[in-house]
Design a protein around this ligand. Structure first.
Ligand code: GLV
Ligand code: MN
Ligand code: MN
Length: 413
């Protein structure tokens, strides 16, 4: 048997190093929040690299693509991920998936391999949710809702500023929708962002499904007063109410929802001084699970608890839901293509769900979708220390290449 086709590991490495310099931080990671100057610079770099041999496309949601057309093909197999990062993030999340996708297209072009479908290496807009979350992939999948744009996770001002910086028109975003009939599938290579592969010593994860999540902003309202003269019994301290709620969230999840995780990642007190009792506390809340019913039950319990903690401190509470992603399964045909490709490369695999959200979550609604994971050393991610052994990145890219060829050849021209 012929050995499977391999990507050019040196070219991938040199792209990875060049991209890691864009938005680089002193801590050794990158900070490229969606549609920031650093993110736009990364996208300009991607367009330039793609244009060296491939067709370049940018859609109305700002998704960037390199396209390899195949003679007579009607459908397109998408592969890719995202170039935006969380603030103070790492070098691998999203980047490795976009770079590997680009490298797969170059490899197939250079090998003069003819496939029955077009190939498109895509970089989706705002996967991380510093603005909306999965903005580009949801627009492409026809899932983006106007309400998500009216109440984005990062707030309206940040969304409007980002779109203006990128030259994108909010009224045109939904036009990025593709006809599902035009697609042959979607494959995404990504770092695991958790410890399972690293701990098991297995280099390839085959993703079975992706967690769903709910995101909220909570605002507790109390009464500002003098921090020195107001007796403890006469306070309506919004900071205490919000903090008690945060502690209760952890207890509820640990004791009643072992299949869920919940995070309060941002909190501010107002007016915000040593000597004023907080009148207002505002915080985010995000919780996730592969079990959609558990998410809804947890939501009910948490909203009740927010009200009771507010009442105890003589405060009021209001909330705004700013994101809602349901759990999705990866397609059996895509999982099979990944498994076969890994086997042909002689690498061991572990089938596992994803605890992180991904663009694949949007695409799974409209086309056969699969994800390949490579190990995150010590499970660290969304942090500058995020690290994946280079050999694993190359292996992941080669498994992606084999899976692309397998998925593509299941289709007729
Ligand atoms: C994206 O990485 C997310 O899971 O928040
Ligand atoms: Mn990611
Ligand atoms: Mn991420």
């Amino acid at each position: 048997m012929m050995p499977p086709l391999q990507i050019n590991a040196e070219r991938l490495r040199s792209d990875f190093e060049a991209l890691s310099r864009i938005g680089a931080t002193a801590e050794g990671g990158v900070s490229r929040p969606a549609l920031s100057e650093a993110h736009l610079a990364a996208r300009a770099w991607f367009r330039e690299r793609a244009a060296a041999g491939l067709e370049v496309n940018v859609d109305p949601a700002g998704n960037h693509s390199a396209v390899l057309r195949q003679p007579g093909a009607r459908k397109t197999l998408l592969l890719g991920s995202h170039l935006d990062s969380v603030p103070q993030g790492g070098n691998y999340d999203g980047s490795i998936g976009v770079l590997a996708a680009l490298e797969v297209l170059r490899t197939i072009k250079e090998a003069e391999l003819l496939l029955p479908v077009n190939l498109e290496a895509i970089d989706f807009t705002d996967e991380e949710g510093t603005l909306v979350g999965a903005l580009g992939s949801e627009a492409l999948a026809g899932l983006l809702k106007e309400v998500a744009l009216r109440h984005p996770r990062g707030g309206r001002a940040a969304l409007e500023a980002g779109l203006a910086r990128a030259g994108l028109k909010e009224s045109h975003l939904l036009e990025a929708r593709r006809d599902p009939q035009s697609l042959a599938g979607f494959l995404e290579l990504h770092i695991e962002q958790g410890p399972r592969l690293d701990q098991a010593g297995v280099s390839i994860g085959v993703v079975t499904g992706i967690v769903g999540s709910r995101s909220f902003w909570f605002t507790f309202e109390g009464r500002a007063n003098h921090a020195g003269t107001t007796p403890m019994s006469m306070r309506a301290d919004a900071g205490v109410a919000a903090s008690a709620f945060v502690v209760a969230i952890r207890k509820i999840v640990l004791e009643q929802f072992p299949q869920c995780v919940a995070t309060v990642g941002q909190m501010t007190f107002e007016p915000g001084a040593f000597n004023i009792i907080p009148a207002r506390a505002r915080h985010s809340l995000e919780f996730r699970s592969v079990d959609g019913d558990a998410l809804e039950n947890l939501k009910t319990l948490l909203l009740e608890r927010a009200c009771s903690e507010a009442k105890k401190q003589e405060c009021r509470v209001a909330w705004e839901q700013v994101a809602n992603w349901n759990p999705v399964a990866m397609h059996p045909a895509a999982q099979a293509a990944i498994l076969q490709s890994a086997k042909a490369q002689g690498v061991e695999t572990l089938s596992m769900p994803s605890g992180a959200g991904h663009d694949a979550q949007s695409l799974a609604h409209i086309t056969p979708t699969g994800m390949i994971f490579v190990p995150s050393v010590k499970g660290i991610s969304h942090h500058p220390d995020e690290y994946t052994e280079w050999a694993h990145c190359v292996q992941g890219a080669n498994v992606l290449l084999g899976a692309v060829i397998r998925m593509a050849t299941q289709h007729e021209r």
